[in-house]
Each structure stands twice: as structure tokens, then as C-alpha cells.
Ligand binder design. Structure first.
Ligand code: ATP
Ligand code: MG
Length: 775
């Protein structure tokens, strides 16, 4: 047997060695599903399967890259290079480019990101004279997106009275028209949005049997990770492609299905066995990721869901510490608690920033955490914010590049036609849009042919428009001979973009200039990595495609040693030694918007299961008593999910004094809440009614650190040793034993002491945490 296969247990070996036929691996978190998929690909290749015939679909591009790297280390780089591996979107964007003419698209079609779609929808709403408060562009976008993911085309929409009536009943009878205009405008601009990448792939495979046959023949082995989160459109693509050879292997966990709101369909996993004859079902039960406490706690939570497949998850790993539950006063305190816990853990256990992740339900929660980490000089990175490529100055440069490849690209043109300012105002642009619609040509064509067309612009503006067209065309000429880097460098100079930010002179302007430089470096790297691509246009278009589909998770910029901050949704499939799940409060997690039906609440619970199972060694849950939301301080109650964890796995440490990181707060705010008691408002029945205010008996055992002295009203715990501890004191530390104080430094909550312990070690300890007794 191949040597690498010894890194799998028996249950994992079975699906890895099952070469042919339809198969599904259903297994809980951390049981090695992704590992099986990776090793299975290496195994197929060792059995003589051409990597060119293998298609692996992952949830992120980063996951695909890592998987490819792993496979390359087993079978060698040159072999692994030919694998088709990536997200649905990136793999099918490539196929669509090859086959674009079938669908009437240029091969250089643009990929509109969410921002482009939003802008286009907003302008359509405006052009149609609709009230933007009734027709909210974001809502319309998500509506159009869900139509597309259910394969409801514009035609299908207008053939479906129920859909039309539903929109009319919601006082938005013109959604169908907006949808139609949006689709037409994208088509005219030679642009596909993210959902189109799937929808058009389906169209391609359905309308052109020869194309279908070609890709069925190519992708003889198909593998899909995180299968539970595929939507209908993705499901149909996979089914169509696998229809000839039936060599389809999907892995997933129904308990981790968390994208129903985006159209993912948990029934895909449940129906897999119905779709193919003779499906082999494999189960993995041993978790390799987490401690017993974490695995068991997660099991006890997911057990509360009714709609699930029964699964066993156990681990041979150590028992590990219990899950720490902490109550804080406010979100600010929560941030400070997280930061100081990380600070202390790093110091006392030789951990690195990268050993920690902070997960939250909503992006807005990151701010308080960020502030606190920054104050403590702890490196962090927020994932899932605006990606580098979505920053304004970067999108401006990219828009020029997009326009060079595809002059019909309406959103790119609108962004930069007057940036840097060249005297082409909004009124002119509006007229160009009207003309483009009337003549049914692109805006760029209107500009090019402005002398032949009836467009109301004065001669001065006309000349400016012509200059703009000439400049763009000169870039196109250059593109035929130069590589993407040379072209981009030329563009930022000639257009005056760099000058624009230099002129600005503010720190923001300088930061923007640096970002543009960084973009140019990125393009250079890309070009150098593409030496084999002889055709310059191909390299620019490939670069733009990479960029359009890049998510924030994909970029590996900056110091890798950082605390990761991200939403739980983004953390799927990842793992970290220490995980904080913050904001464990009713109406936040579970989200207020998901309490209406059991199935929504069950999705939130699955989300919590995903969050907990990211942790390898230690999980922390925090909740606050009040939190700033929508600009107001509102009362918060602990999440029902905390209470759903079997209490034997929890360590509830919330003596009131300890969590008061803000000494300015008056203790009277605590009102009637007694220290050392956790109050959990629990729904009265499993029927998901909102919580009552009933006082509950203490649900968990409370452990109070013994040596921590109570703090008086006006002082924070940071002052605990003020004026008392002095150099030369002999102290006793709970873990390290007796020692002598050599030095004291810092102020307030950062007060530290250097202590030489009796075993010879000298340690620097933060006094607010070090449980010291002066002897
Ligand atoms: P998730 O459901 O979160 O996506 P998963 O089922 O895909 O998890 P993996 O990420 O493949 O699980 O594995 C979890 C961790 O356990 C990884 O660090 C992996 O390297 C490790 N692991 C899996 N199988 C084994 C094994 N047989 N021996 C040692 N480590 C293993
Ligand atoms: Mg996985």
C-alpha cells in the first residue's frame, strides 16, 4: 500500500480506496472528510487516473490551494498542476470563457462583483423612476440572486403568476421588470454576476449536448467538499457532469449546513442516495481535531435539532479544559476580556497570535474586539471585510484594466469616465446611458460614435469624450504587445491616477497610493508566475478573473502570525487551537431574524455547532449584559445555546469583579443581579417563544478563583496590587509556586511584575491575572 495511506484510519481508508461509482461520506466535524478527499485524489492519480480527468470542488479557493499543495507533496508538482480544482465559481468561470460564444458572450466577459451589481441595480431603479425606499437595491439584488440560484430566469418569472403575485403583494410589482433590465444590461455589457457563473453553466450544459458530453468525458472523477452547502444550481451542475461515469464522491455534514439563507439545500445531501443507483455510504466517527470536552459539548448542542441524520462523533484526544463561559458588562468589556485573555495566554503558555480566533455572528461585532486588541498591540486580521480588490482606489485601477479588455463593461466605464476628473459630468453620463439604451449599444460605443448619433452634448464635452475613447483605445493597442504589469503601470501614469492621490497629500491619499503600488506588485508577481502564457491578453484577463473571484480569505498578505477575526460562516472548514465565540446573546445569536420558525432556529444551532467545532484545545463563550446595537445601548440576555450545552463541559467563571474591565463603571448598574449567579432566561417551551424574565435556579456550577480579592467600587482589578506589591516581596503563585519580585513595570491594567520562581525560571506576569499572594 502507498505509504501516505498510513496517515488514515480504517474508516477513512474505505472511501479513499473506493475508486469508482457514486459515494457519499457523511460525518461530523473534524472527522477527516477534507483529508479523505485530498488523499483520495492522490490515490486516484496513483491508480493511473489522469489529473486532467479529475474535478474537485471546494468551498474556498484557499481550501483548493491547500489541497493541491498537499497532493503535490504526495504525487509531485507537475502531476498536481493539471488537476481541476477550485470553487464552483472559479472552475465554471474558466469553462464559460472557453465556451462563451455559445451563449453570445465575449470570452473576455467581465465578472461583476456584488458592488457592481448593486450599482447597476440602483441605476436601473433610478432610470425607471421608482422609489428607492420601496425598491431597496440590496433586497432586489438578493431577490434576483435567489431567482437565479433556483434557475428562475426572467422568462420563467413572467410565466409564474405566483411569483409575480407575491412581489405585487409585497408592494413591489415591478421587480420582474428590474430583473429583466438587469439581465439585459449585464448581457449588453458582456458581464456575468456571481450567480450567472452557475446559471449560465447550467444553461450551457442543458442547451448544448455536445458541450455537456465534452465535459462529462473530461471530468471522469468528480469530488465535492462541503456538499451540504451546495445550492440548487450547483447541485444540477454536478449531477449533469457526473451523469455519464457516475464517479462522484461527495463529503459533507448535514449538521454544518449553514447557507440555507443563500439557497443551499440540505436535502441535496439527504437525496444523494436517491439520485444514483448503488450509492456507497461511508461514515467517519472519530474526530481528530478537538478535545473530548469540545466534541462532547458540540454533540450535546446539535442533539437538540430534530431535522438531522443521526451520527456519532467521538475522539481519542485528551479531555482538555472545559469550555469557559464568561459574562461581561458591555461589548467594550467583552473586547477587553478577549484581548487580555489572549495576552495572558500568550505570555504564560508560549502561544502565538495565530493560535487564536475570534468568531462572531455579525461583522459589526468585530469593532470592539479590534479596538481592544489594538490597545494591547496584538496582531490581528479581520477576514471578510472589504477585500483588497474592492477598495475604491484599487477598483478604479481595475476598472481601467477591465475596460481595456471589455469596452462594453458598463460599471467599469461609469466608475472611471470622470475619475480622475476630466470634465465629463453626471448629466452627460446620464445622456450617454439613455442613448446606449435607445440605440441598444454599449456606452463606450455611444462615445466612439458620438458624431454619428443624436446625443445632446456640447462640443467641448464631445471632445472630452473623444479624448477618453482615444486614450482607452491606445491602451488596447498597447495591451496587444505588453504584459499586464507594463500595461497597468502605464495606465496609472497616463490617466493621472497616481498624481491624483499624490496631490491629495493626506495620510489617506498616501495609503491609497501605497495600495496602488501594492496592486502593481501583485500584477508583477502574477505576470512572472505566468511566463508560459505567450498571449498578453490572456494574462491580463486571467489576472482580472482571479481578482474578481478572490475573497478576503484567499489573500495571504501581511504577517501570518495574527489573531483571526471572522464571522462563523467564514470559519467553516477551518481550525484553531483557541477559539472565542463572542456575543452569545439572544437576538444576536440566535439572530433575531431567525426565531420565527423551527428550521431557522435549527440553522442557527448548526451555526453554533460549526463555531464550537473549530476549536482544537480551548473554546471560550462570552456574552454581555448590554451591548451597543444600532447606535443604542440595549439589554442583552445570554443565548439559549449556552444553556443547551451539557453543563458538565462548562466552566462558568463570572465573579462580577473579575469581568469589570472598566473601572469607570459604577457598580450600581449591576442592579439586582447577584454576583456569582448566572441568570438564564430560557424559552418557556421548546416552541421558541421569546424568553420570559423568570428567575432561574443557578444552572451551572460557578467556580470562583480563590485568591482573587474582591475589588472595591471605584477601582478596577488592575489596581489590585497598587501600592502593595514591591520589589523584593516574596510571593506565592498558584501554578509556579514561591518566587521573588525582581521588577515592577507598567501602569494600570498593564502592571507587570518580573518574578524569579524557586525552580529558577524568571517570568513576567500581568498582575491583573497572576493570582499572587504576598507572603
Ligand atoms: P470539517 O467538518 O470541520 O470540515 P473535516 O471532517 O473536513 O472537518 P478535516 O479538516 O479533514 O476534518 O480533519 C480535521 C483535523 O484532523 C485536521 O487537522 C486533520 O489533519 C486531522 N486528521 C484527520 N484525520 C486524521 C488522522 N487519521 N490522523 C491524524 N490526524 C487526522
Ligand atoms: Mg472539511
Amino acid at each position: 500500500m502507498e505509504k501516505y495511506l498510513s496517515q488514515l484510519n480504517e474508516a477513512q481508508l474505505a472511501p479513499t480506496l473506493q475508486k469508482d461509482g457514486p459515494m457519499i461520506v457523511i460525518a461530523g466535524a473534524g472527522s477527516g472528510k477534507t483529508r479523505v478527499l485530498t488523499f483520495r485524489i492522490a490515490y486516484l492519480m496513483s491508480q493511473g487516473i489522469d489529473p486532467f480527468n479529475i474535478l474537485a470542488l471546494t468551498f474556498t479557493n484557499k481550501a483548493a490551494r491547500e489541497m493541491k499543495g498537499r497532493i503535490a507533496s504526495i504525487v509531485g508538482d507537475s502531476e498536481a498542476k493539471n488537476l481541476w480544482m477550485g470553487t464552483f465559481h472559479s472552475v465554471f468561470a474558466k469553462i464559460l470563457r472557453i465556451e462563451s460564444d455559445r451563449l453570445g458572450y465575449p470570452s473576455n466577459f467581465t465578472i461583476y462583483d456584488t458592488q457592481d451589481s448593486d450599482r447597476l441595480i440602483s441605476s436601473i431603479i433610478k432610470e425607471m423612476g421608482l422609489d428607492k425606499d420601496v425598491y431597496k437595491y440590496k433586497q432586489i439584488r438578493s431577490r434576483i440572486s435567489s431567482y437565479k440560484n433556483s434557475l428562475i430566469t426572467v422568462k420563467a418569472y413572467f410565466n409564474n403568476p405566483e411569483l409575480m403575485e407575491a412581489d405585487a403583494a409585497a408592494r413591489r410589482p415591478r421587480i420582474g421588470e428590474i430583473y429583466q433590465n438587469y439581465v439585459e444590461r449585464c448581457f449588453k455589457a458582456g458581464a456575468m454576476d456571481f450567480d450567472d457563473l452557475l446559471l449560465k453553466t447550467n444553461e450551457l450544459l442543458t442547451r448544448f449536448p455536445d458541450v455537456l458530453a465534452k465535459y462529462q468525458d473530461r471530468f471522469r472523477y468528480i469530488l465535492v467538499d462541503e456538499y451540504q452547502d451546495t445550492n440548487h444550481s450547483q447541485y444540477l451542475i454536478v449531477r449533469a457532469l457526473a451523469d455519464r461515469f457516475h464517479n462522484i464522491c461527495v463529503v459533507g455534514d448535514d449538521a454544518q449546513s449553514i447557507y440555507a439563507f443563500r439557497g443551499a439545500n440540505i436535502s441535496n445531501i439527504l437525496n444523494f442516495q436517491r439520485d444514483y443507483d448503488d450509492v456507497k455510504v461511508f461514515r467517519l466517527e472519530q474526530n481528530y481535531r478537538s478535545t473530548k470536552n469540545i466534541v462532547n459539548a458540540a454533540n450535546s448542542v446539535i442533539d437538540k435539532n430534530q431535522n438531522k441524520l443521526d451520527k456519532i462523533v467521538w475522539t481519542a484526544n485528551e479531555e482538555g479544559p472545559k469550555i469557559k463561559v464568561n459574562r461581561l458588562m458591555t461589548d467594550g468589556d467583552e473586547g477587553r476580556y478577549v484581548a487580555s485573555t489572549i495576552f495572558e495566554a500568550k505570555m504564560q503558555h508560549q502561544l502565538q497570535s495565530q493560535d487564536f480566533a475570534v468568531l462572531y455572528r455579525t461583522n459589526a461585532q468585530s469593532r470592539a474586539i479590534e479596538d481592544a486588541l489594538r490597545k494591547r498591540d496584538i496582531n490581528y486580521r479581520i477576514y471578510g471585510g472589504l477585500s483588497f480588490y474592492q477598495r475604491k482606489e484599487i477598483k478604479d485601477v481595475l476598472s481601467y484594466l477591465r475596460l481595456i479588455l471589455n469596452p462594453a463593461d458598463e460599471e467599469a466605464l461609469k466608475r472611471i469616465i470622470n475619475f480622475p476628473a476630466r470634465g465629463i459630468g453626471q448629466t452627460t453620463l446620464d445622456r450617454l446611458v439613455v442613448a446606449a439604451n435607445a440605440y441598444d449599444i454599449s456606452i463606450f460605443d455611444v462615445i466612439r460614435r458620438i458624431d454619428e448619433l443624436d446625443v445632446k452634448v456640447n462640443s467641448g464635452t464631445r471632445n472630452k469624450l473623444k479624448d477618453f475613447a482615444t486614450m482607452t483605445e491606445s491602451f488596447q493597442v498597447m495591451n496587444a504587445n505588453a504584459n499586464a504589469f507594463e500595461l497597468a503601470e502605464h495606465v496609472v501614469k497616463v490617466t493621472g491616477l497616481i498624481r491624483e492621490f499624490k496631490k491629495d497629500g493626506t495620510p489617506e491619499g498616501i495609503a491609497k497610493m501605497e495600495n496602488i503600488e501594492e496592486l502593481l506588485n501583485g500584477i508583477k508577481d502574477f505576470v512572472e508566475g505566468q511566463v508560459e502564457v505567450a498571449d498578453a491578453t490572456a494574462s491580463l484577463s486571467e489576472f482580472l478573473e482571479d481578482v474578481a473571484l478572490a475573497t478576503d480569505l484567499d489573500s495571504d498578505k501581511g504577517d501570518p502570525n495574527h489573531v483571526a477575526l471572522m464571522t462563523i460562516h467564514l470559519a467553516k472548514g477551518l481550525e484553531f487551537p483557541h477559539v472565542f465565540i463572542v456575543g452569545m446573546e439572544e437576538d444576536l445569536f440566535p439572530s433575531a431574524m431567525s426565531m420565527n420558525t423551527r428550521s431557522e432556529l435549527e440553522e442557527e444551532r448548526r451555526l453554533f455547532y460549526v463555531a464550537l467545532t473549530r476549536a482544537e484545545k480551548q473554546a471560550y463563550l462570552t456574552y454581555t449584559l448590554s451591548r451597543y446595537r444600532w447606535g443604542k445601548l440595549i439589554d442583552a440576555e445570554p443565548s439559549r445555546f449556552i444553556e443547551e450545552i451539557d453543563e458538565q463541559y462548562l466552566d462558568v467563571i463570572t465573579p462580577l469583579q473579575e469581568q469589570r474591565f472598566n473601572p469607570m463603571l459604577d457598580a450600581s448598574i449591576f442592579g439586582d443581579i447577584e454576583p456569582n449567579k448566572v441568570r438564564f432566561a430560557k424559552p418557556k417551551s421548546p416552541k421558541l417563544q421569546k424568553k420570559s424574565n423568570q428567575k432561574k435556579a443557578e444552572p451551572f456550577k460557578i467556580s470562583t478563583p480563590k485568591k482573587l480579592k474582591p475589588v472595591t467600587k471605584s477601582k478596577g482589578s488592575s489596581n489590585l496590587f497598587d501600592g502593595k506589591l514591591a520589589v523584593g516581596n516574596i510571593v506565592n503563585h498558584q501554578r509556579f509556586g514561591r518566587g521573588e519580585v525582581l521588577k515592577i513595570e507598567g501602569v494600570g491594567s498593564d502592571l507587570k511584575a518580573e518574578i524569579k520562581f524557586k525552580n529558577g525560571d524568571t517570568k513576567k506576569l500581568l498582575l491583573r491575572f497572576a493570582k499572587l499572594e504576598i507572603l
